[in-house]
Design a protein around this ligand. Structure first.
Ligand code: COA
Length: 259
C-alpha cells in the first residue's frame, strides 16, 4: 500500500488518516487505491471492529477529488473516474463495521462525499462542508447527488449542490449532515472514545444493525420489516446473544466474540 493513507489499529479501532496535507488531502487515484486496500484489509480482520477516517494536518479532511487528475478526464474516462470513487465509497458504506468520519477541516466535493459514505460524521468546530463541483462546471460524481438528499432532503441538497457554497459545522449539524461537533483539539480523542465504546459491542449485531438500516434506505417499510425480522432471528442464533443475556442475568459485563 502507498503512503497516501496511514492506517493504525488499536483496541479494535482502525484509524485511517488521509495523508496528502500539502494538497489538503485531495483524493487522487493513489489515495483511492490505498483506501480500497484498507477496506479489504479491515474486512478480513476480525479484530478490527470500528473504523475512523480523518485527515492529516490542521486544515482539511479532504478538499475533494484531485482537480489536476480530474482536469484530464474526457466524457468516456470520466465515467470510469466516477464509478471508481463510487465503488470505493460503497465499500466503506457496506463494510458491515461502523465507520466514523472525524472531519477536521474542509470536507469539500469528494471529501464531503467520503464523509457521507461513512455511517457517522463527527467534526471540529472549524470544519467546512460543501459540494463546489458546480463551480468547475460539473456535478458531484462520487455519490453526492444521491447521499446528500437522503441525509438532508432534496431542497437543502439542491441549495448546497446548485449554490456550490460552503456551510459551517453548526449549519451541517442543524440540517442533519453531522452527528456531533467538538472543539478542534478534542475531535480525535472524543471520536476515538466513541469508537472504542462501539468496538466492545457484539460484532455480529453491529453488522446486522448496518444491514437492517441499509434496508431502510433501499426498501419499502413492509419489505424492510420483513428483512428486519429475519436479521433479528439470525442475531438471536448467535453465541453473543446467549452471552449478552447471560451477562445481564448474572449482573456482569458481557464479553462478545463475534460468533
Ligand atoms: N485537488 C487538487 N489540489 C488541491 C485541491 C483539490 N481538490 N484542493 C486544494 N488543492 C491544493 C492546492 O492546489 C494547493 O496546492 P499548491 O500549494 O501546490 O498550489 C494546496 O492544495 C493548498 O490549497 P489552497 O487553495 O492554496 O488553500 P486555500 O486555503 O487558499 O483554499 C480551499 C482552500 C479548500 C478553499 C481551496 O483549496 C479549494 O477551493 N479547493 C478545491 C475545492 C474543490 O473544488 N473541490 C471539489 C473538487 S471536484
Amino acid at each position: 500500500m502507498n503512503d497516501t493513507v496511514i492506517m493504525t489499529k488499536e483496541d479494535g479501532v482502525a484509524v485511517l488518516t488521509l495523508n496528502r496535507p500539502d494538497k489538503l488531502n485531495a483524493l487522487n487515484s493513489e489515495l483511492l487505491e490505498a483506501l480500497e486496500s484498507c477496506m479489504q484489509d479491515i474486512q478480513a480482520d476480525a479484530a478490527t471492529r470500528v473504523v475512523v477516517i480523518t485527515g492529516s494536518g490542521a486544515k482539511a479532511f479532504a478538499a475533494g477529488a484531485d482537480i489536476s487528475e480530474l482536469h484530464q478526464q474526457d466524457g468516456y474516462s470520466a465515467r470510469l473516474f466516477a464509478e471508481r470513487g463510487q465503488r470505493v465509497f460503497n465499500a466503506i458504506e457496506r463494510l458491515g463495521k461502523p465507520t466514523i468520519a472525524a472531519v477536521n477541516g474542509f470536507a469539500l466535493g469528494g471529501g464531503c462525499e467520503l464523509a457521507m459514505a461513512c455511517h457517522m460524521r463527527f467534526a471540529s468546530e472549524t470544519a467546512r462542508f460543501g459540494q463546489p463541483e458546480i463551480n468547475l462546471g460539473i456535478i458531484p460524481g462520487y455519490g453526492g447527488t444521491q447521499r446528500l438528499p437522503r441525509l438532508v432532503g432534496a431542497a437543502k441538497a439542491l441549495e448546497i449542490i446548485l449554490g456550490g457554497e460552503m456551510i459551517n459545522a453548526e449549519e451541517a449539524l442543524r440540517i442533519g449532515l453531522l452527528n456531533r461537533i467538538y472543539p478542534a483539539e478534542e475531535l480525535v480523542a472524543s471520536t476515538m472514545s466513541f469508537a472504542t465504546m462501539l468496538a466492545a459491542k457484539a460484532p455480529l449485531a453491529l453488522a446486522a444493525c448496518h444491514e437492517a438500516v441499509q434496508c431502510a434506505m433501499d426498501m419499502s417499510l413492509l419489505e424492510g420489516q420483513f428483512v428486519e425480522a429475519s436479521i433479528f432471528a439470525r442475531t438471536c442464533g448467535s453465541a453473543d446473544f446467549k452471552e449478552g443475556t447471560e451477562a445481564f442475568v448474572q449482573k456482569r459485563q458481557p464479553t462478545f466474540r463475534g460468533v
